[in-house]
Design a protein around this ligand. Structure first.
Ligand code: GLV
Ligand code: MN
Ligand code: MN
Length: 419
Protein backbone atom coordinates (compact mmCIF):
# COMPACT_ATOMS: atom_id res chain seq x y z
CA UNK A 1 0.00 0.00 0.00
CA UNK A 2 2.67 2.49 1.08
CA UNK A 3 4.66 1.76 -2.11
CA UNK A 4 2.09 3.64 -4.16
CA UNK A 5 2.42 6.85 -2.13
CA UNK A 6 4.35 9.67 -3.82
CA UNK A 7 7.89 10.35 -2.65
CA UNK A 8 8.88 13.55 -0.85
CA UNK A 9 10.54 14.74 -4.07
CA UNK A 10 7.36 14.24 -6.08
CA UNK A 11 5.25 15.97 -3.41
CA UNK A 12 7.67 18.91 -3.32
CA UNK A 13 7.49 19.32 -7.10
CA UNK A 14 3.68 19.09 -7.03
CA UNK A 15 3.52 21.66 -4.23
CA UNK A 16 5.69 24.19 -6.07
CA UNK A 17 3.64 23.72 -9.26
CA UNK A 18 0.40 24.19 -7.32
CA UNK A 19 1.74 27.34 -5.62
CA UNK A 20 2.48 28.79 -9.06
CA UNK A 21 -1.18 28.30 -9.90
CA UNK A 22 -2.56 29.68 -6.65
CA UNK A 23 -0.22 32.64 -6.41
CA UNK A 24 -1.28 34.04 -9.77
CA UNK A 25 -4.08 35.72 -7.88
CA UNK A 26 -3.03 39.00 -6.33
CA UNK A 27 -4.68 42.36 -5.66
CA UNK A 28 -1.46 44.17 -6.65
CA UNK A 29 0.40 43.42 -9.89
CA UNK A 30 3.97 42.27 -9.36
CA UNK A 31 3.38 41.54 -5.66
CA UNK A 32 1.52 38.89 -3.69
CA UNK A 33 -1.23 40.81 -1.89
CA UNK A 34 -4.44 38.92 -1.22
CA UNK A 35 -6.57 40.55 1.43
CA UNK A 36 -9.66 38.93 2.94
CA UNK A 37 -12.72 39.17 0.64
CA UNK A 38 -10.85 40.97 -2.15
CA UNK A 39 -11.28 40.02 -5.83
CA UNK A 40 -7.96 38.10 -5.68
CA UNK A 41 -9.18 36.23 -2.62
CA UNK A 42 -12.33 35.20 -4.52
CA UNK A 43 -10.24 33.99 -7.49
CA UNK A 44 -7.88 32.11 -5.17
CA UNK A 45 -10.84 30.54 -3.38
CA UNK A 46 -12.30 29.35 -6.70
CA UNK A 47 -8.92 27.94 -7.73
CA UNK A 48 -8.61 26.17 -4.36
CA UNK A 49 -12.10 24.69 -4.64
CA UNK A 50 -11.21 23.35 -8.10
CA UNK A 51 -7.93 21.86 -6.84
CA UNK A 52 -9.78 20.19 -3.96
CA UNK A 53 -12.27 18.64 -6.39
CA UNK A 54 -9.45 17.31 -8.56
CA UNK A 55 -8.05 15.71 -5.38
CA UNK A 56 -11.35 13.91 -4.83
CA UNK A 57 -12.81 16.18 -2.17
CA UNK A 58 -16.33 17.56 -2.18
CA UNK A 59 -15.72 21.29 -1.86
CA UNK A 60 -17.56 24.57 -1.34
CA UNK A 61 -16.87 28.16 -0.36
CA UNK A 62 -18.54 28.74 3.00
CA UNK A 63 -20.52 31.69 4.39
CA UNK A 64 -17.38 33.37 5.79
CA UNK A 65 -15.35 32.85 2.60
CA UNK A 66 -13.29 29.80 3.63
CA UNK A 67 -12.97 26.91 1.20
CA UNK A 68 -13.97 23.61 2.77
CA UNK A 69 -13.22 20.24 1.16
CA UNK A 70 -14.19 16.84 2.53
CA UNK A 71 -13.86 13.18 1.74
CA UNK A 72 -16.22 11.07 3.81
CA UNK A 73 -15.01 8.25 6.02
CA UNK A 74 -16.89 5.03 6.77
CA UNK A 75 -19.79 6.92 8.42
CA UNK A 76 -21.13 9.81 6.30
CA UNK A 77 -21.02 13.00 8.36
CA UNK A 78 -18.80 11.26 10.94
CA UNK A 79 -15.78 12.70 12.74
CA UNK A 80 -12.96 14.11 10.66
CA UNK A 81 -9.27 14.88 10.73
CA UNK A 82 -8.86 18.37 9.32
CA UNK A 83 -5.83 19.84 7.57
CA UNK A 84 -5.92 23.60 7.17
CA UNK A 85 -4.17 26.90 6.70
CA UNK A 86 -4.99 30.21 4.97
CA UNK A 87 -4.94 31.77 1.51
CA UNK A 88 -5.08 35.43 2.53
CA UNK A 89 -1.73 37.23 2.69
CA UNK A 90 -0.25 40.40 4.12
CA UNK A 91 0.45 43.26 1.68
CA UNK A 92 3.40 42.24 -0.53
CA UNK A 93 3.72 38.94 1.33
CA UNK A 94 5.60 35.71 0.71
CA UNK A 95 4.53 32.77 -1.46
CA UNK A 96 4.43 30.15 1.27
CA UNK A 97 2.79 31.73 4.34
CA UNK A 98 -0.57 29.94 4.56
CA UNK A 99 -0.68 28.93 0.91
CA UNK A 100 1.74 26.04 1.34
CA UNK A 101 -0.36 24.56 4.16
CA UNK A 102 -3.49 24.58 2.00
CA UNK A 103 -1.68 23.07 -0.98
CA UNK A 104 -0.14 20.45 1.35
CA UNK A 105 -3.58 19.40 2.60
CA UNK A 106 -4.86 19.04 -0.96
CA UNK A 107 -1.79 16.99 -1.99
CA UNK A 108 -2.21 14.68 1.01
CA UNK A 109 -5.87 14.11 0.08
CA UNK A 110 -4.89 13.46 -3.53
CA UNK A 111 -2.11 11.04 -2.59
CA UNK A 112 -4.39 9.05 -0.29
CA UNK A 113 -7.13 8.89 -2.94
CA UNK A 114 -4.68 7.86 -5.68
CA UNK A 115 -3.24 5.13 -3.46
CA UNK A 116 -6.76 3.87 -2.71
CA UNK A 117 -6.23 4.26 1.03
CA UNK A 118 -9.43 4.17 3.06
CA UNK A 119 -9.23 6.10 6.33
CA UNK A 120 -11.30 5.31 9.42
CA UNK A 121 -12.36 8.98 9.57
CA UNK A 122 -13.40 11.73 7.17
CA UNK A 123 -10.60 13.88 5.80
CA UNK A 124 -11.17 17.61 5.54
CA UNK A 125 -9.01 20.30 3.98
CA UNK A 126 -9.81 23.94 4.75
CA UNK A 127 -8.42 27.16 3.23
CA UNK A 128 -9.20 29.93 5.70
CA UNK A 129 -9.49 33.49 4.39
CA UNK A 130 -8.90 35.82 7.32
CA UNK A 131 -5.75 34.74 9.13
CA UNK A 132 -3.62 37.81 8.56
CA UNK A 133 -6.37 40.19 9.74
CA UNK A 134 -4.81 42.95 7.68
CA UNK A 135 -7.95 44.38 6.06
CA UNK A 136 -10.35 44.44 9.02
CA UNK A 137 -9.66 44.64 12.78
CA UNK A 138 -10.62 41.01 13.37
CA UNK A 139 -8.73 38.10 14.88
CA UNK A 140 -8.61 34.72 13.09
CA UNK A 141 -12.25 35.25 12.16
CA UNK A 142 -12.65 32.47 9.59
CA UNK A 143 -11.11 29.69 11.69
CA UNK A 144 -12.90 31.21 14.69
CA UNK A 145 -16.18 30.71 12.80
CA UNK A 146 -15.55 26.95 12.60
CA UNK A 147 -14.37 26.82 16.19
CA UNK A 148 -17.58 28.55 17.33
CA UNK A 149 -15.70 31.66 18.38
CA UNK A 150 -16.80 34.35 15.91
CA UNK A 151 -17.52 37.79 17.34
CA UNK A 152 -20.58 39.01 15.38
CA UNK A 153 -19.49 42.61 16.09
CA UNK A 154 -16.74 41.98 13.50
CA UNK A 155 -19.40 42.20 10.78
CA UNK A 156 -19.69 45.91 11.53
CA UNK A 157 -15.91 46.50 11.38
CA UNK A 158 -14.68 48.70 8.53
CA UNK A 159 -11.56 48.57 6.39
CA UNK A 160 -9.32 51.58 5.63
CA UNK A 161 -11.71 52.60 2.81
CA UNK A 162 -14.70 52.52 5.15
CA UNK A 163 -16.16 49.29 3.69
CA UNK A 164 -18.07 47.25 6.25
CA UNK A 165 -17.02 43.62 6.64
CA UNK A 166 -20.61 42.40 6.17
CA UNK A 167 -20.89 44.35 2.88
CA UNK A 168 -17.52 43.02 1.68
CA UNK A 169 -18.67 39.51 2.57
CA UNK A 170 -21.90 39.90 0.59
CA UNK A 171 -19.97 41.30 -2.41
CA UNK A 172 -17.61 38.31 -2.18
CA UNK A 173 -20.57 35.93 -2.35
CA UNK A 174 -20.58 35.04 1.34
CA UNK A 175 -23.45 35.19 3.79
CA UNK A 176 -23.16 37.10 7.08
CA UNK A 177 -26.35 35.45 8.35
CA UNK A 178 -24.84 32.00 7.77
CA UNK A 179 -21.74 32.47 9.91
CA UNK A 180 -23.17 31.25 13.20
CA UNK A 181 -24.13 27.95 11.56
CA UNK A 182 -20.50 27.31 10.53
CA UNK A 183 -19.58 26.44 14.12
CA UNK A 184 -18.65 22.79 14.35
CA UNK A 185 -19.94 20.53 17.06
CA UNK A 186 -17.33 19.52 19.64
CA UNK A 187 -16.13 16.01 18.73
CA UNK A 188 -16.95 16.42 15.03
CA UNK A 189 -13.29 17.22 14.29
CA UNK A 190 -10.91 14.94 16.18
CA UNK A 191 -7.66 16.58 15.06
CA UNK A 192 -6.57 19.76 13.29
CA UNK A 193 -3.16 19.70 11.58
CA UNK A 194 -1.48 22.71 10.00
CA UNK A 195 1.71 22.74 7.97
CA UNK A 196 3.30 26.19 7.75
CA UNK A 197 6.56 27.82 6.79
CA UNK A 198 8.56 28.76 9.88
CA UNK A 199 8.46 32.53 10.01
CA UNK A 200 11.83 32.81 11.72
CA UNK A 201 15.34 31.36 11.38
CA UNK A 202 15.50 28.53 13.99
CA UNK A 203 15.28 25.51 11.65
CA UNK A 204 17.65 27.14 9.15
CA UNK A 205 20.25 27.83 11.85
CA UNK A 206 19.92 24.30 13.23
CA UNK A 207 19.91 22.69 9.79
CA UNK A 208 16.57 20.92 10.28
CA UNK A 209 14.12 20.69 7.36
CA UNK A 210 11.04 20.48 9.59
CA UNK A 211 10.04 21.07 13.21
CA UNK A 212 7.07 20.63 15.54
CA UNK A 213 5.33 23.55 17.20
CA UNK A 214 4.97 23.27 20.97
CA UNK A 215 2.83 26.37 21.57
CA UNK A 216 1.74 29.59 19.89
CA UNK A 217 2.64 32.82 21.65
CA UNK A 218 0.10 35.08 23.34
CA UNK A 219 -0.71 38.30 21.50
CA UNK A 220 -2.68 41.51 21.83
CA UNK A 221 -3.44 44.16 19.24
CA UNK A 222 -4.93 47.63 19.55
CA UNK A 223 -5.73 50.64 17.40
CA UNK A 224 -4.54 53.96 18.84
CA UNK A 225 -5.94 57.37 17.97
CA UNK A 226 -4.03 60.48 19.02
CA UNK A 227 -5.89 63.78 18.65
CA UNK A 228 -3.66 66.86 18.51
CA UNK A 229 -4.27 70.21 16.93
CA UNK A 230 -3.58 70.96 13.26
CA UNK A 231 -2.00 74.33 12.58
CA UNK A 232 0.23 76.28 10.21
CA UNK A 233 3.76 74.86 10.15
CA UNK A 234 5.18 78.34 9.74
CA UNK A 235 3.27 80.17 12.43
CA UNK A 236 2.48 77.98 15.46
CA UNK A 237 5.38 78.39 17.95
CA UNK A 238 6.94 75.12 19.11
CA UNK A 239 5.88 75.60 22.72
CA UNK A 240 2.22 76.01 21.73
CA UNK A 241 1.92 72.95 19.50
CA UNK A 242 -0.15 69.84 20.12
CA UNK A 243 1.59 67.80 17.44
CA UNK A 244 -0.12 64.42 17.13
CA UNK A 245 2.80 62.95 15.16
CA UNK A 246 5.60 63.73 17.63
CA UNK A 247 3.37 62.46 20.47
CA UNK A 248 2.69 59.25 18.54
CA UNK A 249 6.37 58.88 17.65
CA UNK A 250 7.21 59.03 21.35
CA UNK A 251 4.56 56.37 21.99
CA UNK A 252 6.00 54.12 19.26
CA UNK A 253 9.45 54.42 20.84
CA UNK A 254 7.89 53.54 24.21
CA UNK A 255 6.47 50.33 22.69
CA UNK A 256 9.96 49.44 21.47
CA UNK A 257 11.56 50.17 24.84
CA UNK A 258 8.95 48.32 26.92
CA UNK A 259 8.91 45.23 24.66
CA UNK A 260 12.73 45.14 24.74
CA UNK A 261 12.63 45.01 28.54
CA UNK A 262 10.62 41.76 28.65
CA UNK A 263 12.25 38.42 27.94
CA UNK A 264 11.27 36.95 24.53
CA UNK A 265 8.64 39.66 24.05
CA UNK A 266 8.13 41.67 20.86
CA UNK A 267 6.22 44.87 20.15
CA UNK A 268 5.46 46.42 16.76
CA UNK A 269 3.87 49.58 15.43
CA UNK A 270 3.01 48.48 11.89
CA UNK A 271 0.47 51.07 10.73
CA UNK A 272 0.99 54.81 11.16
CA UNK A 273 -1.43 57.22 9.47
CA UNK A 274 -0.91 60.96 9.76
CA UNK A 275 -3.69 63.44 9.13
CA UNK A 276 -3.83 65.72 7.22
CA UNK A 277 -0.35 64.67 5.99
CA UNK A 278 0.95 67.87 4.40
CA UNK A 279 4.45 69.37 4.62
CA UNK A 280 3.22 72.72 5.90
CA UNK A 281 0.65 71.54 8.44
CA UNK A 282 1.32 70.53 12.05
CA UNK A 283 -0.11 66.96 12.21
CA UNK A 284 -3.61 67.13 13.67
CA UNK A 285 -4.21 63.46 14.34
CA UNK A 286 -2.51 60.11 14.01
CA UNK A 287 -3.97 56.61 13.92
CA UNK A 288 -1.58 53.74 14.57
CA UNK A 289 -1.61 50.09 15.60
CA UNK A 290 0.28 48.13 18.22
CA UNK A 291 0.92 44.39 18.16
CA UNK A 292 2.58 42.87 21.22
CA UNK A 293 3.47 39.20 21.76
CA UNK A 294 5.13 36.99 24.34
CA UNK A 295 5.33 33.23 25.01
CA UNK A 296 3.53 33.63 28.37
CA UNK A 297 0.28 35.42 29.30
CA UNK A 298 1.35 37.14 32.54
CA UNK A 299 4.29 39.17 31.18
CA UNK A 300 2.15 40.14 28.18
CA UNK A 301 -0.55 41.52 30.49
CA UNK A 302 2.12 43.46 32.41
CA UNK A 303 3.51 44.82 29.13
CA UNK A 304 0.07 45.94 27.99
CA UNK A 305 -0.48 47.75 31.30
CA UNK A 306 2.96 49.40 31.12
CA UNK A 307 2.33 50.59 27.55
CA UNK A 308 -1.09 51.99 28.45
CA UNK A 309 0.33 53.87 31.45
CA UNK A 310 3.20 55.29 29.41
CA UNK A 311 0.89 56.38 26.57
CA UNK A 312 -1.34 58.14 29.11
CA UNK A 313 1.62 59.98 30.57
CA UNK A 314 2.87 61.07 27.12
CA UNK A 315 -0.60 62.25 26.05
CA UNK A 316 -1.08 64.26 29.23
CA UNK A 317 2.35 65.91 29.06
CA UNK A 318 1.83 66.85 25.40
CA UNK A 319 -1.80 67.90 25.76
CA UNK A 320 -3.16 65.50 23.13
CA UNK A 321 -6.20 63.24 23.27
CA UNK A 322 -5.69 59.49 23.39
CA UNK A 323 -8.05 56.63 22.53
CA UNK A 324 -6.87 53.03 22.84
CA UNK A 325 -9.14 50.43 21.20
CA UNK A 326 -7.98 46.86 21.85
CA UNK A 327 -9.27 44.51 19.15
CA UNK A 328 -7.47 41.22 19.48
CA UNK A 329 -6.40 39.33 22.54
CA UNK A 330 -5.25 35.74 22.46
CA UNK A 331 -3.68 33.77 25.27
CA UNK A 332 -0.73 31.50 24.56
CA UNK A 333 -2.04 28.24 23.06
CA UNK A 334 -0.23 24.96 23.73
CA UNK A 335 -0.37 22.43 20.92
CA UNK A 336 -1.76 18.96 21.68
CA UNK A 337 0.99 16.66 23.06
CA UNK A 338 -0.40 13.46 21.50
CA UNK A 339 -0.64 15.11 18.07
CA UNK A 340 2.88 16.50 18.49
CA UNK A 341 4.02 12.91 19.03
CA UNK A 342 2.08 11.75 15.95
CA UNK A 343 3.84 14.46 13.91
CA UNK A 344 7.15 13.32 15.37
CA UNK A 345 6.47 9.77 14.18
CA UNK A 346 5.36 11.10 10.80
CA UNK A 347 8.63 13.01 10.44
CA UNK A 348 10.67 10.03 11.61
CA UNK A 349 9.04 7.89 8.89
CA UNK A 350 10.38 10.25 6.21
CA UNK A 351 13.83 9.28 7.49
CA UNK A 352 15.02 12.84 8.17
CA UNK A 353 15.22 12.89 11.94
CA UNK A 354 13.99 10.42 14.56
CA UNK A 355 13.82 13.23 17.18
CA UNK A 356 12.62 16.35 15.38
CA UNK A 357 13.19 19.84 16.75
CA UNK A 358 10.32 21.24 18.81
CA UNK A 359 9.87 25.01 18.94
CA UNK A 360 7.31 27.66 19.90
CA UNK A 361 5.67 29.88 17.29
CA UNK A 362 6.05 33.63 17.59
CA UNK A 363 3.57 34.11 14.75
CA UNK A 364 -0.16 33.59 15.09
CA UNK A 365 -1.91 30.81 13.16
CA UNK A 366 -5.39 29.43 12.53
CA UNK A 367 -4.36 26.52 14.78
CA UNK A 368 -4.74 28.99 17.68
CA UNK A 369 -8.45 29.32 16.97
CA UNK A 370 -8.95 25.64 16.09
CA UNK A 371 -7.36 24.53 19.37
CA UNK A 372 -10.52 25.78 21.11
CA UNK A 373 -12.51 23.17 19.15
CA UNK A 374 -10.24 20.14 18.91
CA UNK A 375 -6.71 18.84 19.55
CA UNK A 376 -4.47 20.83 17.21
CA UNK A 377 -0.83 20.67 16.14
CA UNK A 378 1.53 22.30 13.66
CA UNK A 379 4.44 21.26 11.51
CA UNK A 380 6.95 23.97 10.55
CA UNK A 381 9.03 23.90 7.37
CA UNK A 382 12.51 25.45 7.24
CA UNK A 383 12.57 29.03 5.95
CA UNK A 384 15.74 29.51 3.89
CA UNK A 385 16.33 33.10 4.97
CA UNK A 386 14.29 33.15 8.16
CA UNK A 387 12.26 36.00 6.62
CA UNK A 388 8.47 36.06 6.36
CA UNK A 389 5.72 38.61 5.64
CA UNK A 390 7.99 39.66 2.81
CA UNK A 391 8.49 38.64 -0.83
CA UNK A 392 11.93 37.39 0.29
CA UNK A 393 10.28 34.45 2.07
CA UNK A 394 11.88 31.27 0.67
CA UNK A 395 12.12 27.51 1.04
CA UNK A 396 13.45 24.63 -1.01
CA UNK A 397 11.23 22.27 -2.94
CA UNK A 398 12.99 19.41 -1.14
CA UNK A 399 11.99 20.73 2.30
CA UNK A 400 8.40 21.30 1.19
CA UNK A 401 8.30 17.70 -0.04
CA UNK A 402 9.68 16.28 3.20
CA UNK A 403 7.12 18.24 5.21
CA UNK A 404 4.17 17.13 3.07
CA UNK A 405 5.30 13.53 3.17
CA UNK A 406 5.59 13.83 6.97
CA UNK A 407 2.04 15.23 7.10
CA UNK A 408 0.81 12.30 5.00
CA UNK A 409 2.57 9.85 7.34
CA UNK A 410 0.99 11.63 10.31
CA UNK A 411 -2.52 11.17 8.88
CA UNK A 412 -1.69 7.47 8.38
CA UNK A 413 -0.44 7.31 11.97
CA UNK A 414 -3.75 8.78 13.21
CA UNK A 415 -5.58 6.19 11.11
CA UNK A 416 -3.49 3.43 12.70
CA UNK A 417 -4.29 4.75 16.18
CA UNK A 418 -8.01 4.49 15.42
CA UNK A 419 -7.75 1.12 13.77
C1 GLV B 1 0.08 36.31 11.30
O1 GLV B 1 0.90 35.88 10.52
C2 GLV B 1 0.49 36.93 12.52
O2 GLV B 1 1.23 36.30 13.29
O3 GLV B 1 0.14 38.11 12.73
MN1 MN C 1 0.37 32.30 8.14
MN1 MN D 1 1.26 35.58 7.99
Amino acid sequence: MAASLPSAAVLGARAFAALEGLNRFSDEPGKLTRLYLSPAHRQAAEWTKGAMEVAGLTAFIDAAGSVQGRREGPVPGGPSVMIGSHIDTVKDGGRFDGNLGVVAGILVAQALRDAGIVLPFALEVVAFGDEENVRFPTHLSTSGALAGDYDLAWLEARDAEGVRLSDALLAFGGDPSGIAALARRRGSVTAYLELHIEQGPVLEVENEPVGIVTAINAQRKARIYVAGEAGHAGTVPMALRKDALTASAEMALAVEAIASAYEQAVGTVGVFQVDPGATNVVPGSVAFTIDIRCPRNEPLAAMAAAIEARFGEIAQRRGVGLTITPYARADAVPMDPALQDALSLGIARTGVNPAPRRLPSGAGHDAMAMAALCPSAMLFVRNEKGISHSPLEAMTEADAGIAIRALLETVLELARREG
